[in-house]
Each structure stands twice: as C-alpha cells, then as structure tokens.
Design a protein around this ligand. Structure first.
Ligand code: UDP
Length: 275
C-alpha cells in the first residue's frame, strides 16, 4: 500500500473490506458523497480496523462524517482537505445513508461516533486499550468516564482534559496526551474544529486512533439525552436532537440543503454510469 493502511484510489474494486496479504494492508470499499469518499463498513469491522491501527502504533485520523460535515466542507477548503486526507471516514448520520441509496450504492451500516465511544470502552475492558478524553465542558468527560465505568468496570481511561486549547496551549496539551500513552484519543471540540486540530497535530500527538466525537461526552455523561434506540434505528436521531436542542435549527438547515446536493450528485453519477 503506497499511502498507508487504506487504499485511496481503487476502493471500488473491492466488495466491502479486504485484507491484501501481499501489501499487508486493509482495503475498504468507499462511496463518494459530495466528493468525499466514505467507508462502506460496519461497526464490527471498524473496531477490527481500529485494532489494526493500534497494533501498527502509527497515528491515524478517523472522521465521523455527517451531512453537516459535508456542507461545511463545501465552503471550508481546509476542512474538506482534512476529510479527504483522513485515514478512515465513517458514515455517521442517516443523511449519508440516504445519499448512498440515491446513488444506487447503499451503505451497509451507519457507524456513529457516539456509539463508537461506548463500544471502544467495552473493547478497552476486553483488550486493555487505553482511552484519552479531550474536550467538552469541565467535568463532563469525567462524568462520562464514571458512567462508562459502571458498565465496563475494567475499561482504561488514561486521561481527560476539558475545553479546547488556544494555539499557545496546544504544545503543553500534546505533551500531556503523549505522557499518558493512549491507544485511542477522543476529541470533543465540535466540528470542524476537532478534526482540524487532530489533523494539524497528528504526527506530534502520535496516537494510533484519533477521532473527533462532537457531543458524545455530553450524551454519555447524561447531560444531553440521546434519542431512544428505536428512533435512532428509524433514522430520526436528528429530529429528537432538534426537539431537545431547538437552538440547533439553523445548523440543521444543512440537512435539506445536503439532500438537494446529494440528489443532484446521484443523478449525475447514474448518468455517468449509463455512458
Ligand atoms: N466544545 C469544546 N470546545 C469548544 C467547542 C465545543 O470543548 O470550543 C465541546 C462542547 O462542550 C460539546 C462538543 O464540543 O461537548 C460539541 O458538541 P456538538 O454536539 O455541538 O458537536 P458537533 O455537532 O459540532 O460536532
């Protein structure tokens, strides 16, 4: 593999996820949505790949892409580059799944950042993975960790640090994270900030799995209620969020705008395929 663990150019050759023995690398089929290739992957496969990343000890950036991310990427070139250069882009949000359907290339699953934090705590209890929690308001990460401990008593949280750093504070924070030697770093600064920050400091941080997780700590700490499972399964998490946090309505306008662009993209893609 020329460009690291994940193939960036020829993913469509592969059905879903494939281990290339000659190259010693994992290749993942990806579906481009608004020009950003997103892995067609399940949560179990994601966790298996993260295990490979941890074993490699090299730094990897995982982004959890939802329609708001893609709309931000339309106007923010730096964020767009970060999404394109990430080692793994996950399909987070029902809008991404709808876009896959429109193109006639359905994603196999939604892989949500908030679910992954809890899942990785469970995996940490099993494999001893060391997890570090950056961001959210003071005390929130600690509360999330305490709640996770009641479910996974042996999971390893090796650090938490609230808020988001100024450029002057960043070197100290990096030193703090490195000293804790985590396998996984969650960054909850909201998008696009969290992923711009990870990308800018990827090599210096050197953590095998680094992932922006938005409001995941707020959910896990019980500060912001997560949509009931049934609503999530029906693809209505966005509606529940709007009901609980109505001030988000302006941000959520990104959703209908996204659907218009995704529909146009799908029409174009289907026409191209017919040629
Ligand atoms: N946050 C932070 N520093 C900031 C901005 C946000 O630590 O400068 C935290 C905030 O407390 C919350 C999370 O980042 O826990 C952002 O959550 P949100 O649901 O808004 O994420 P998004 O949808 O923007 O990815």
């Amino acid at each position: 593999m020329k460009q690291g663990m994940f193939d960036r150019n020829s993913a469509s050759r592969y059905q879903t996820i494939y281990h290339d023995k000659d190259e010693g690398a994992w290749l993942v089929q990806r579906i481009a949505v608004l020009g950003v290739p997103i892995a067609n992957i399940t949560e179990d496969e994601t966790v298996a790949l993260m295990g490979e990343m941890i074993a490699s000890r090299r730094p990897h950036h995982v982004v959890t892409v939802n329609p708001e991310f893609l709309m931000e990427a339309q106007r923010n070139g730096a964020f767009r580059r970060v999404l394109l250069e990430a080692d793994l882009a996950l399909p987070d949000g029902v809008g991404i799944l709808i876009a896959g359907h429109l193109q006639g290339c359905p994603f196999r699953a939604r892989v949500a950042g908030s679910d992954l934090v809890e899942r990785l705590a469970a995996e940490s209890a099993r494999h001893g993975w060391r997890l570090y929690f950056l961001g959210a308001a003071p005390g929130v990460a600690e509360q999330a960790i305490a709640r996770l401990k009641t479910r996974y008593p042996t999971f390893q949280a090796v650090g938490a640090y609230a808020g988001s750093p100024t450029p002057e504070e960043t070197p100290d924070l990096i030193a703090r994270v490195r000293a804790a030697q985590p396998d996984v770093l969650f960054v909850a600064y909201g998008h696009p900030r969290q992923d711009l920050w990870i990308a800018a400091n990827k090599e210096a941080l050197g953590v095998p799995v680094m992932m922006g997780v938005g409001g995941a700590f707020d959910f896990l700490a019980g500060i912001v209620p997560r949509a009931p499972r049934r609503m999530r399964q029906m693809g209505l998490e966005w509606l529940y969020r709007l009901y609980k946090q109505p001030w988000r309505w302006r941000r959520m306008l990104a959703l209908p705008q996204f659907l218009v662009l995704a529909t146009l993209e799908a029409i174009h893609r289907r026409k191209e395929r017919r040629r």
